[in-house]
Design a protein around this ligand. Structure first.
Ligand code: PMP
Length: 361
């Protein structure tokens, strides 16, 4: 007879993040981090709040960071009352699932999407209904609107791992046709060429926009993310947060987060460089026979017709280049997701492909 908790343990499905290698010297293009380190302004702000200050608990409201986020989005009508902050957008998403998506009607998400959503849905006992992407991998708003009653809708924009963006006009159509349940737009990759829904927040009470400092602000290691929404939804998230841990972020993350939101010049320059390198990388992949989906993210989703993507990934690893391959769902198994690196890393990737592709016949 098994112990009563065994069934519980076996029913939990953990999320498996991309590999964080323990060896040095790899060209790491597998988890969509920023290829550049954060700016000095951020490093100095973290150093300045270290030392003796660590004796003290952090601000339980995270108000300095909410203010900085509101400053960045001020032109879109965002004030601190529209902002919720957390330890990376994964934690922000977890609070959204817990606070706002536990509804008897199913949660709708694309069938090809961020693989964390099914994990959260299962953890919180939420029925997930996956809506297939179109033939060209785009999100079809009409299919979401035709799906019947829902307890919420969630998708990344740009989508992951495809990198494809949904135009804002299409998002408005979804919001107009779906006034009564929460619509979560996960904008982890929005800064690399998609239109942000931040400008819709004051207009749509059902909208939550989730953002991260992990990608375009080079702070994946610090864990800072936030949500934008009208005060009623933000209040729901705050209530749930306070029942987990009433300190949203530690002192170092708050200080680094504020400095990162305020260093707009660095942020804009980093995004522009990544977008330029993405174009060159896309052209390089296409010159080697790849089909590349149109990307608005800091990664591309590419397939080499007639070649086994898993074998290419293994071959690249042999050349010390890490990229991401997903076995499931079957429709994306022929693809590789490759993060945009530095210019030098892009050269290394393309040279490694020149070694690997001929060996695969
Ligand atoms: N959303 C999407 C679509 C992502 O790809 C990621 C990164 N894995 C996240 C959210 C979470 O990012 P973070 O927790 O670092 O903010």
């Amino acid at each position: 007879m098994s112990r009563f908790w065994s069934d519980i343990v076996h029913s939990l499905t953990p999320y498996v993040p991309g590999e964080q290698p323990k060896i040095d010297g790899l060209v790491k293009l597998n988890t969509n981090e920023c290829p550049f380190g954060p700016p000095d302004s951020v490093v100095q702000a973290i150093a300045a709040s270290s030392g003796d200050a660590l004796r003290l608990y952090p601000d339980p409201t995270g108000s300095a960071l909410k203010d900085a986020v509101a400053r960045f989005h001020a032109a879109q009508g965002i004030t601190p009352t529209h902002v919720f902050v957390g330890n990376g957008s994964d934690e922000v998403l977890a609070h959204i699932f817990m606070a706002l998506l536990r509804h008897p009607a199913p949660l709708l998400a694309p069938d090809i999407s961020y693989s964390f959503y099914p994990v959260y849905a299962k953890l919180y006992g939420i029925t997930l209904r996956e809506i297939p992407l179109a033939e060209d991998f785009s999100i079809r708003v009409d299919d979401f609107l035709a799906a019947g009653p829902n307890g919420g809708i969630i998708f990344p924009n740009p989508n992951a791992p495809t990198g494809m963006a949904l135009p804002l006009a299409e998002l408005c159509r979804l919001l107009d046709g779906n006034p009564d349940s929460v619509v979560v737009v996960d904008e982890a990759y929005v800064d690399f060429g998609a239109e942000s829904a931040d400008q819709l927040v004051t207009q749509y009470p059902q909208l939550l926009v989730v953002r991260t400092l992990s990608k375009s602000r080079a702070l994946a290691g610090l864990r800072v993310g936030y949500a934008l929404g009208q005060p009623e939804l933000i209040e729901a998230l705050t209530r749930v947060k306070d029942s987990f841990n009433s300190y949203p972020l530690d002192r170092l993350a708050l200080a680094g987060g504020v400095a990162a939101m305020d260093d707009v010049a660095w942020f804009q320059d980093a995004c522009a460089r990544i977008v330029a390198t993405r174009s060159r990388m896309t052209a390089g992949l296409q010159a080697r026979g790849a089909q590349v989906l149109p990307s608005a993210a800091n990664f591309v989703f590419a397939t080499f017709p007639g070649r086994d993507a898993e074998a290419i990934a293994a071959g690249l690893r042999g050349q010390r280049v890490l990229v991401r391959h997903f076995r499931k769902p079957a429709r994306i198994a022929p693809f590789l997701r490759i993060s945009v690196g530095t210019e030098a890393q892009t050269d290394t990737l393309l040279a490694a492909l020149d070694q690997v592709l001929p060996t695969l016949g």
